[in-house]
Design a protein around this ligand. Structure first.
Ligand code: PXP
Length: 246
């Protein structure tokens, strides 16, 4: 069965550009309002330990300025747990975080980190926050997510995106199959599968065609495109490609 596919727009890199000059322009809040005005389904923001893009006060301002659900990407730390419980976003996606990385380079080791994740997942869940784990599309990680009792997993599409960019069609197909198989397995086990990372106009459609996926979270490419065509048009075009693929 094919479900509607939501588009969550990650606005982190609007804040990256703002922070490059230390002022308040461009404001990620304005980006969130534009996303809402063109029918985006949610706002995704990653509050990193080093605050390199989104900052603490942005979270409240985003929540105040739009009615769209906020998906807070967060590391599994006490500091981030406190912030999540203070802001009560609609959803929290737990991601691995390394200070020196340029971006979230791989999935969370949900299997290896069970004891660290269990109390954080249960506190978020007890407060009514929809918890997701950002994992590789691997059965071991999906089983760990099942054991942790999360309602949602987001599959990391970075390897797929790399293979696609390299023009390696065999590897691209292999990565795609892995994400499709794990999406089907997640749905079969009652977990809602999402996907994201490195998605572009060129590579989004085979992912969007995976029938069990309920949400894609896309950021860097949309903000990059927005430089040329505006955020409104970039989100519209991504939405169209996603719809066409279903
Ligand atoms: N989903 C998650 C969990 C992420 O951490 C990120 C970015 O860090 C994205 C989606 C969006 O990735 P991109 O910016 O490459 O579109």
């Amino acid at each position: 069965m094919t479900h509607p596919l939501r588009l969550g727009v990650n606005i982190d890199h609007v804040a990256t550009i703002r922070n490059a000059r230390g002022g308040d322009h461009p404001d990620p809040v304005r980006a969130a309002q534009i996303v809402a005005s063109v029918g985006g389904d949610g706002i995704t923001a990653h509050l990193r330990e080093d605050r390199r893009h989104i900052r603490d006060d942005d979270l409240q301002r985003i929540q105040d300025a739009t009615a769209l659900p906020l998906n807070l990407e967060m590391a599994a730390t006490e500091e981030m747990l406190d912030i999540a419980l203070r802001h009560m976003p609609h959803a929290a996606c737990i991601v691995p975080e390394k200070r020196e990385e340029r971006t979230t380079e791989g999935g969370l080791d949900a299997a290896g980190l069970h004891n660290t994740l269990a109390p954080i997942v249960s506190k978020l869940k007890n407060h009514g926050i929809r918890v997701s784990l950002f994992i590789e599309a691997q059965e071991r990680q999906l089983n760990a997510a099942l054991k942790l009792g999360v309602p949602v997993v987001e599959f990391h599409t970075g390897e797929y995106a790399h293979a696609h960019l390299a023009g390696d069609s065999e590897r691209t197909q292999r990565e795609l199959r892995r994400i499709a198989d794990m999406s089907a397995l997640a749905a079969k086990n009652g977990i809602e599968p999402h996907a994201g990372h490195g998605l572009t106009y060129e590579n989004v459609q085979p992912i969007a065609a995976i029938p069990q996926l309920a949400e894609l979270n896309i950021g860097h490419y949309l903000v990059g495109e927005a430089v040329f065509v505006g955020l409104e048009q970039a989100v519209r075009q991504m939405r169209e490609l996603m719809d066409e693929a279903r």
